[in-house]
Design a protein around this ligand. Structure first.
Ligand code: E4P
Length: 219
């Protein structure tokens, strides 16, 4: 399973890239605005240098012609740029064209399995179903991940990877791993939470105290 982080904050990206556990980054217009970055192109350029895996950069336009131009511009930044496109009729048309040019694509704002099927037909590299936002409206986000994974498995000719998005807590992560999502993108805080367990802390404190008593050294 690949681990992406969902942030445009370069400081957080550098910190977590140093763990060696990061496979990629996803950004969106809201995250870019929150980062306070002055120049979007420069921001994506910097992220692509820090993380060698796929870095999703989202188009801003909604019409086919402008979206295509924006996607081609973003793809020129670095070979690991993944052009993020909305799951709309025009977004999928652009996806088909960019995928045909060998450019990685991530189709975002997916809320149904039928949408995911269309994205795969359009040649998307990744489909991003949003778990948390479905949960927010009393629907079952994890069921959507499960449905898409099952459907894609029925058709081995579909190569699109399921990128579980809008992850809000470690249980979402756990369930996505059990279902078999190819990738999960999570906020930095959730990734950090995965390291923690109170029994690890308790056990470590005990080991440290006993080691101190033993008077032993390693180096
Ligand atoms: C995914 O690519 C999106 O950027 C993200 O996961 C959305 O998460 P949110 O619903 O917490 O904003």
């Amino acid at each position: 399973m690949k681990f992406f982080i969902d942030t445009a904050d370069i400081k957080e990206i550098k910190e977590l890239a140093a763990s060696g556990l990061l496979d990629g980054v996803t950004t969106n217009p809201s995250l870019v605005a929150k980062s306070g970055a002055a120049n979007f192109i420069e921001l994506i350029t910097e992220i692509c240098k820090v993380v060698p895996g796929p870095v999703s950069a989202e188009v801003a336009a909604m019409d086919y012609d402008t979206m295509l131009k924006e996607g081609e511009r973003l793809a020129k930044i670095a070979p690991n740029v993944t052009v993020k496109l909305p799951l709309t009729y025009d977004g999928l048309r652009v996806c088909k064209v960019l995928s045909g040019q060998g450019i990685m694509t991530n189709v975002t704002l997916c809320f149904s399995a039928n949408q995911a099927l269309l994205a795969a037909k359009a040649g998307a590299t990744f489909i991003s179903p949003f778990i948390g936002r479905l949960d927010d409206v009393s629907m079952d986000g994890l069921q959507l991940i499960s449905d898409i994974v099952q459907i894609y498995r029925n058709y081995p000719e579909l190569s699109t990877e399921v990128l579980a998005a809008s992850i809000r807590h470690p249980v979402h992560m756990l369930e996505c791993a059990k279902i078999g999502a190819d990738v999960a993108t999570m906020p930095p805080a959730v990734l950090k939470q995965l390291f923690n367990h109170p029994l690890t802390d308790k056990g470590l404190a005990q080991f440290a105290a006993d080691w101190e008593k033993s008077g032993q050294t390693i180096l």
